[in-house]
Write a protein that binds this ligand. Structure first.
Ligand SMILES: [Zn+2]
Length: 461
């Protein structure tokens, strides 16, 4: 009896999917998975004994720049597609969803073309683009059909700025939905937040220790209710991104119970930190949009992830230099939002979730790989371990323990909100389309090898 020889065999690990786990080998040829289990041998073999073999994660929510920062730049996100790819690989992520946002003078079409070119030159992992806008304009409504025809099937609308004309927001979601696109909505109510912030400043409580009070959970719930109403009115699939509070989660549960195609993304920040961090000095580094909430919210989000009320996790990787996150005179209305979370996302979900009994390993795979692939129309090419799928694989060592240190990480961000945390469970090896790109701390692969992936229609996870 002959045994087929593959390009690569991952041997001796426990293969985990969203539905099952089994001790078996994985055979790879031509960049794809060709056999799971049974006898096989490979020209190259990787030892996965003592480790899990997971599908490469899809982090469909990152903010990367088209180029590396220079000395004279105004403050901006500091990772490009190369350092973003390395952070992804070291963290077990093999597909990125970039939020492409225009600045004042750039159209959404031009910004996607710019990011396409940058990723084509720099990216190591595969990627897709979401057209992001703060204000829905005629330019956006004109661009949507063109972007959909090109395979850019994600639209990100930031509700914060939509107090000027909600009709455009509704029109954009409807048009996108009719074309099979997924609309992601940042759910915070701008008018309520402006009011809350102004009130704190007037009371002399504008310091960053009060930051969570400047964007209370009801400003999120109000926006989530509105997103659900837009979902009901238009029938368009809507993804509430980076949900932060138990109250807003309840609002999404009510909408989903009515059968609305409303989907929910969690973000590591809200699963790991609470408002007490703002008692620390220089707490501008913890400022997110929304802010971190109360311990009860943290637990509510873990329960939502476990029970299926939350379908996906995205890092919202938005890396800054520390000097741009904290400065003398910073207040609750001027803080810059976001932080680096790409490399730590899967390790933290394991360490804080699986290892603490809040999440099963299968559920970790569902929320980081299978469900994002379904939601963004990339399944079954991405998001699972099965014959025919891309060989995007992570050999994940659940016992590998590291103390987080931004200086030792791949992002150009010079601090990490988890600095000093002991985190249990890290990727040993990360493979993209059959190519070993990260192994025991070292990287290989040519910048630009990553591929843009045209997306299909959303499938409800
Ligand atoms: Zn974001």
């Amino acid at each position: 009896m002959s045994v087929e020889e593959f390009d690569l065999v991952v041997r001796g690990g426990t293969v985990v999917t969203a539905a099952s786990r089994a001790a078996c080998d994985v055979g790879v040829a031509g960049g794809r998975i060709v056999q799971v289990g049974g006898p096989m041998r490979g020209r190259r073999e990787l030892d996965a004994s003592g480790a899990y073999v997971l599908p490469g994660a899809l982090d469909m929510h990152v903010h990367l720049s088209a180029s590396a920062p220079t000395r004279d730049d105004p403050p901006r996100f500091v990772d490009d597609f190369l350092t973003g790819s390395r952070a992804a690989l070291a963290g077990g992520v093999t597909t990125l969803g970039q939020m492409s946002f225009p600045d004042d003078e750039t159209s959404i079409r031009a910004v996607i073309a710019r990011d396409m070119q940058a990723a084509g030159e720099q990216a190591l992992v595969d990627y897709a683009f979401h057209a992001g806008v703060f204000t829905a304009t005629d330019d956006l409504l004109e661009a949507i059909p063109e972007l959909a025809a090109q395979g850019h099937m994600g639209l990100k609308l930031v509700m914060l700025a939509f107090d000027h004309d909600p009709r455009d927001l509704i029109a954009a979601a409807k048009l996108a939905g009719d074309l099979g696109m997924l609309t992601m909505i940042h759910c915070e109510d701008n008018a309520l937040i402006e009011f809350a912030g102004a009130q704190l400043l007037a009371e002399g409580r504008g310091g960053m220790e009060h930051y969570p009070l400047s964007r209370p959970d009801w400003t999120e719930t109000a926006a989530v209710e509105r997103a659900a109403a837009i979902c009901a009115a238009t029938g368009a699939p809507i993804n509430v991104v980076h949900l932060s509070s138990g109250a807003a989660l309840e609002a999404t549960r009510r909408a989903r119970a009515r059968g609305l195609p409303l989907f929910v993304e969690a973000r590591p920040l809200y699963l790991t930190l609470d408002a007490s961090v703002h008692a620390q000095p220089d707490s501008g580094r913890f400022a997110g949009m929304p802010p971190v909430r109360q311990p009860a919210d943290v637990e509510a989000l873990w329960r939502g992830l476990a029970d299926g009320s939350i379908q996906t996790v995205g890092s919202d990787h938005a890396p800054w230099f520390l000097r741009d996150k904290t400065w003398p005179g910073i207040d609750v209305t001027t803080a810059r939002k976001g932080m680096a979370e790409l490399e730590t996302m899967i390790p933290l979900l394991h360490s804080e979730g699986v290892a603490r009994g809040r999440l099963t390993l299968e559920r970790l795979v569902a929320v980081t790989a299978t469900n994002p692939a379904l939601l963004h129309g990339l399944y079954p090419r991405k998001g699972t371990i099965a014959p025919g799928a891309d060989a995007d694989l992570v050999i994940f060592d659940p016992e590998l323990t590291r103390t987080v240190d931004a200086a030792a990480m791949q992002s150009r961000a010079d601090y990490c909100v988890y600095d000093g945390w002991e985190v249990r469970g890290w990727p040993r090896t990360t493979i993209s389309r059959g190519e070993v790109l990260y192994d025991d701390g070292s990287f290989s692969g040519e910048p630009g090898r990553g591929e843009w992936i045209a997306r299909g229609k959303t499938v409800a996870p």
